[in-house]
Design a protein around this ligand. Structure first.
Ligand code: ATP
Ligand code: MG
Length: 163
């Protein structure tokens, strides 16, 4: 399914900003004007809305969330003549994640120990992980307690999966 990713992401961020009102600021940044990709828009939307929802939920009101979209041209390898990847990075200034909890959060019903009274079922990230796997991408989380969290999703520009 062909998709113009810059407009897609910009619209998604804008919609989320409207729902968040003035409680949060979500910035959108990219180094591209247009970016044609082959990615299932429903799966991608699911991934991004889940990650944005976490970024907002675990950040204090007034927090600035950053959404960055880039195209990474990997080094040429004979196996993969056009090995281009989409990199989407969502950064929040929230509560962060204790390092010992990080490895478990992609499992169902797992939540970090520092969530306090913030509600959640612990399912979002496990579904996100399945979606990323389906697209043959990668997801990585780095975090500092009390400072914030950065989630990086890397997807092939031309995904095989399309339904
Ligand atoms: P839901 O199923 O409603 O999404 P949830 O947000 O608790 O519930 P996940 O999205 O799977 O579940 O996230 C798992 C856990 O990872 C969270 O409970 C939280 O402890 C931690 N977490 C995820 N994203 C962030 C973030 N941006 N900042 C801080 N902690 C996070
Ligand atoms: Mg969640």
């Amino acid at each position: 399914i062909p998709l113009e990713l810059v407009q897609f992401c910009r619209d998604l961020v804008e919609e989320r900003q409207i729902t968040a009102g003035d409680r949060y600021q979500i910035s959108f940044e990219t180094n591209r004007d247009r970016l044609e990709v082959t990615i299932d828009d429903k799966i991608l939307e699911h991934i991004l809305l889940n990650l944005l929802s976490n970024a907002l939920k675990y950040s204090p009101e007034g927090g600035q969330i950053e959404f960055k979209l880039t195209l990474k041209e990997r080094e040429y390898t004979p196996d993969n003549p056009s090995d281009e990847a989409i990199v989407i990075r969502i950064q929040d200034p929230g509560i962060g994640i204790p390092p010992e909890d990080l490895p478990n959060l992609f499992k169902s019903f797992q939540r970090a120990t520092n969530v306090g009274t913030i509600r959640g079922t612990g399912l979002g990230l496990s579904i996100v992980r399945k979606c990323v796997d389906l697209l043959e991408g990668q997801i990585e989380i780095t975090s500092k307690i009390g400072r914030g969290t950065t989630v990086t999703v890397t997807l092939p520009r031309y995904c095989k999966q399309s339904s």
